[in-house]
Design a protein around this ligand. Structure first.
Ligand code: UD1
Length: 429
């Protein structure tokens, strides 16, 4: 699938942010730790969620979607702890099944994680933690196999503050015997969200959102009704859209505190940023100041906002840099920006953006989810028509992206074949 768009319109208006994709993937998996029914609300309607739910059905979870953003799960009749469907292979977050199945059934077999190719992405910290809780682990035919007689709380020190490992180890340890301590834990908003959800099921987790998380194991978890937090990265993407297109966007239904690192950079670049309850308004300016950015774990600048910031730096006056410190292969979009006339080069983990705007429409390929969204923003700022191919990536994590952008005045259409592409080009050209 492709997005076709004509750039040049400042994006103006209001946009409502959906539930957080990365929180949803963890929280929906947490729901299978109980045999009771769990209702999760504010679930984003994105393809990663649909794929995960399809994988759940294959192992016997009863999944209902009473409305577009509500999912009801009952995992009382899971008949296998082996998740090897093609669905799981597509997802990064399929690895949460390792923690959840191990925690509940003391056995898990899950395909090695897929997801965006933005670097090496090992899961050694997850495995180290599972082992410390008492599980054995080995790889067999592309599957990770975990087994434990019983799980016992342990003191786990993560070598790096990994989001996935922190969430996975919470899933595995909430039903373990005794106390678990996770040190150097990740602090992202979805860590806190998952801990709150698990606590609402009867878990005893303290300290989520800080460096040290303490978990006291409980015998069983019960059903709950839980509402997922708004998506920090979707919100940040629309905040950047205002800066990149010199627009004026009220980004609604967010937790402004989660946006601090992004708001700070937009202010530094000369945008107006103001808080209005659960909304932030960003007003772009005719020319942005360049700045230097380094991606860091929360509360630092998120790596998932790095490509969108790269596009903003292309529109700025002067030279800006981005240092990527989380994933080693996250600058593939830079070649695409250069096709549009940008002047950008990558030296190791640093990308240098010469700025100056003047992007021209081009035929582009999305290299991954967030870079795909960033290229769309570049297309909306460029002169003329752009086509972004491979946007299945974008659909994995953004609900109604084209519709939300259109409501802000963008000329953009999602097309599935050549015929539709030509018609859309004629219409918007
Ligand atoms: C999650 C998010 C992803 C986001 C990232 C960082 C999901 C589904 N994905 O990915 O969108 O970009 O957090 O905010 O929620 N590492 C290891 N060994 C491990 C685990 C991680 O070396 O066992 C390294 C990774 O290669 C990376 C860094 O630690 O360099 C951070 O990775 P991590 O926080 O685990 O990212 P993910 O959970 O994969």
């Amino acid at each position: 699938m492709r997005y076709v768009m004509k750039g040049g319109n400042p994006l103006v208006g209001e946009v409502t942010i959906s539930g957080a994709k990365n929180a949803a993937l963890g929280i929906l998996t947490a729901a299978i730790l109980t045999d009771d029914t769990v209702t999760v609300e504010n679930v984003p309607d994105v393809s990663d969620v649909t794929v995960l739910l399809s994988a759940f059905k294959e192992i016997g979870v009863i999944v209902e979607r009473p409305d577009r953003h509500t999912v009801k799960l009952n995992a009382a009749n899971i008949f296998t702890a082996c998740a090897d469907s093609p669905y799981i292979k597509k997802l990064r977050a399929g690895y949460y099944l390792l923690g959840a199945l191990l925690g509940k059934y003391h056995h898990a077999e899950v395909s090695m994680p897929g997801g965006c190719n933005i670097g090496n992405r090992p899961i050694d910290q997850h495995i180290k933690g599972f082992r410390m809780l008492g599980a054995s682990s080995h790889n067999e035919n592309g599957m990770v196999v975990l087994d434990a007689k019983e799980l016992k709380g342990s003191h786990i020190y993560l070598d790096m503050a990994s989001v996935g490992a922190t969430m996975n180890l919470m899933l595995a340890s909430v039903l373990a015997k005794g106390n678990t301590i996770i040190e150097n834990a990740a602090k992202e908003p979805h860590i806190v969200d998952m801990a709150n959800m698990l606590n609402s099921m009867g878990a005893r987790i303290k300290g989520a959102g800080m460096d040290v998380i303490r978990i006291t194991g409980v015998e069983r978890l019960h059903g709950t009704e839980y509402t997922i937090i708004p998506d920090q990265i979707e919100a940040g993407t629309f905040m950047m859209a205002a800066a990149i297109t010199k627009g004026d966007i009220l980004v609604r239904h967010i937790i402004p505190q989660h946006m601090d690192a992004i708001s700070a950079k937009l202010l530094e670049m000369g945008c107006e940023v103001s808080e209005h309850g659960d909304a932030i308004r960003v007003v772009g300016r005719p020319s942005l100041y360049a700045c230097n950015v380094k991606t860091l774990p929360y509360p630092g600048f998120p790596t998932d906002m790095q490509p969108q910031m790269g596009v903003a730096l292309c529109m700025a006056d002067g030279v800006g840099t981005i240092t990527e410190s989380i994933f080693e292969n996250r600058f593939k979009y830079v070649d695409e920006l250069n096709k549009m006339g940008a002047d950008t080069e990558v030296k190791g983990s640093v990308a240098i953006f010469k700025g100056g705007g003047n992007l021209k429409g081009a035929e582009l390929v999305a290299p991954d989810l967030r870079a795909g969204a960033a290229l769309v923003l570049a297309g909306l700022a460029a002169e003329g028509i752009s086509v972004v191919d491979n946007v299945d990536y974008v659909l994995r994590g953004y609900e109604d992206f084209a519709e939300k952008l259109s409501n802000l005045g963008a000329q953009i259409k999602l097309v599935t074949d050549e015929d539709e592409l030509q018609k859309a080009k004629l219409k918007i050209g």
